[in-house]
Ligand binder design. Structure first.
Ligand code: ADP
Ligand code: MG
Length: 463
């Protein structure tokens, strides 16, 4: 029927607009490299903030003692304690707890959010049992992973630049998040010092390096997306401090805010952006990360329902609710291997209130998920190529056997297999066979927590 043809036209148009041929990916990678240079050259020189982390030494393996970490990143936050045993012992013992953040606290006050976090932390500390040993007369120390853009003032202080990923707490912007956390910890009557403030990318890089010496970059693909890498201190013109002894500085790129005329953007993306809490910002993140992919799919389905009666004569009302279709549900549909696509059928019924869909309709939904996921995965690979170029590791050098490991973390990369498979194959495609052999993507399962604890250890007041 004409309706079906119209629906197919919408799908084909999307496919075309989301296209990421290899030439375009190279342009995106080059633009990423250019913006990296610009962001390092001067404050505000680029959409890429290229934030200085104050981490100029990554973990060595010698770290020892009991340390805590707290990871506030998106939908959940985690608290963790590790007993570090030095070179031989390594991680002697570790425990963690995960708590979901009540949504009202994401848009409330700074005080309320930090009180909640500190209370959970205090609860967790009170369950410390055997296998964990604090040296006598010592204060407990914590690495605070805070995955939002922060202008660091030192390794253990920094002011919040802006919120992302659905958080919006006005009175916290511009404040030192370590001071806020410290006050909340004191209000709990807990005796603990925040020894390091790190972005989750930095935590993942540190955690990755602890287990593998070849780790030089980290990428997060979760609710949001971001990357960090080790830069030569001399290649950071905007850094006016003393050059660190190591000659290196870890940079938090905040690549979620990258944008370029080469990015394949659609009307759905513009609408999502305009209606978001942070319009005009985090454009790369909004076409790649887990918070948004499901909603892009929903927006396309909504248009198909409105303009092509894709689900019958009326538009299913639930299709109009922003974020009702989450990326894990999108991924479940995309991975549906049953012959009648019954997972897709059930998701459409249970989440969107659309019963009795035909196989043909379900196939279109899967194709739609594929288009949106593949664009995100391929652009992520292009971003990684941009970093490798900046590090001079996108080519093989004569006589050198240099391995580069990229530590990856985040629920999207971990669980969305079609996405991660595509990312890895695209990176291979971009690098070619020879170079590909020296570049490894390593899934770092929650390395950021351990990484933050390790950085707390290397910045302990007792060293
Ligand atoms: P955060 O980024 O909030 O710190 P995670 O790294 O755990 O937390 O990532 C959680 C995000 O990962 C979710 O918001 C979701 O978008 C995505 N995700 C989780 N499970 C899946 C899944 N099965 N398929 C696709 N995406 C998933
Ligand atoms: Mg996280």
């Amino acid at each position: 029927s004409g309706c079906w043809a119209r629906a197919m036209a919408i799908l084909r148009e999307l496919e075309e607009k989301c296209g990421t041929p290899i030439g375009k990916l190279r342009q995106v990678a080059d633009a990423m490299t250019v913006e990296m240079h610009a962001g390092l050259a001067s404050e505000g020189g680029s959409k890429l903030k290229m934030l200085i982390s104050y981490v100029d030494n990554l973990p060595t393996g010698d770290e020892k003692g009991l340390y805590y970490a707290l990871d506030l990143g998106g939908t959940n936050f985690r608290v963790l304690r590790v007993q570090l045993g030095g070179k031989d012992g390594r991680v002697v013992n570790q425990e963690f707890a995960e708590v979901s953040i009540p949504p009202h606290l994401m848009v409330g006050t700074s005080h309320a959010l930090f009180d909640f976090i500190a209370a959970e932390l205090a609860k967790f500390v009170s369950t410390e049992g055997q296998g964990f040993h604090l040296s006598p007369d010592r204060q407990r120390e914590l690495g605070f992973t805070f995955s939002f853009p922060v202008r660091q003032l030192s390794i253990a202080s920094g002011t919040l630049i802006k919120w992302t990923k659905g958080f919006s707490i006005d009175d916290a912007v511009g404040e030192d998040v370590v001071a806020e956390l410290t006050k909340a910890i004191e209000r709990q009557g807990l005796d603990m010092r925040v020894a390091a403030l790190v972005n989750d990318t930095i935590g993942t890089l540190a955690g990755g390096r602890y287990f593998n010496n070849d780790v030089t970059a980290a990428v997060i693909l979760g609710t949001g997306t971001n990357a960090a890498y080790v830069e030569r201190a001399q290649a950071i013109p905007k850094w006016h401090g003393l050059l660190p002894k190591s000659g290196e500085m870890v940079i938090n790129m905040e690549w979620g805010n990258f944008r370029s005329s080469h990015l394949p953007l659609t009307d759905y993306d513009s609408a999502l952006d305009v209606e978001s809490l942070n319009a005009g910002e985090q454009i790369f993140e909004k076409i790649i990360s887990g918070m948004y992919l499901g909603d892009i799919v929903r927006r396309v389905l909504c248009r198909m329902a409105e303009e092509a009666a894709f689900f019958g004569d009326t538009v299913p009302p639930k299709l109009k609710i922003p974020f009702i279709l989450r990326t894990p549900d999108m991924s479940a549909m995309h991975h549906d291997s049953s012959s009648d696509l019954r997972v897709v059928g059930n998701k459409l019924k249970d989440i969107l209130g659309i019963p009795n869909t035909s196989l043909q309709t379900r196939q279109v939904v899967v194709e739609l998920c594929n288009i949106v996921a593949i664009r995100g995965a391929r652009l992520s690979a292009a971003g990684i190529l941009g970093i490798l170029k900046k590090m001079g590791r996108d080519t093989v050098r004569e006589g050198e056997k240099q391995r580069t490991v990229i530590a990856m973390d985040g629920g999207l990369f971990e669980h969305y297999t079609e996405f991660s498979k595509c990312l890895e194959s695209t990176l291979k495609e971009l690098l070619g066979d020879e170079v590909s052999e020296s570049i490894v993507i390593e899934h770092s399962n929650d390395g950021s927590g351990i990484g933050a604890a390790l950085l707390a250890a290397s910045h302990s007041q007792y060293l």
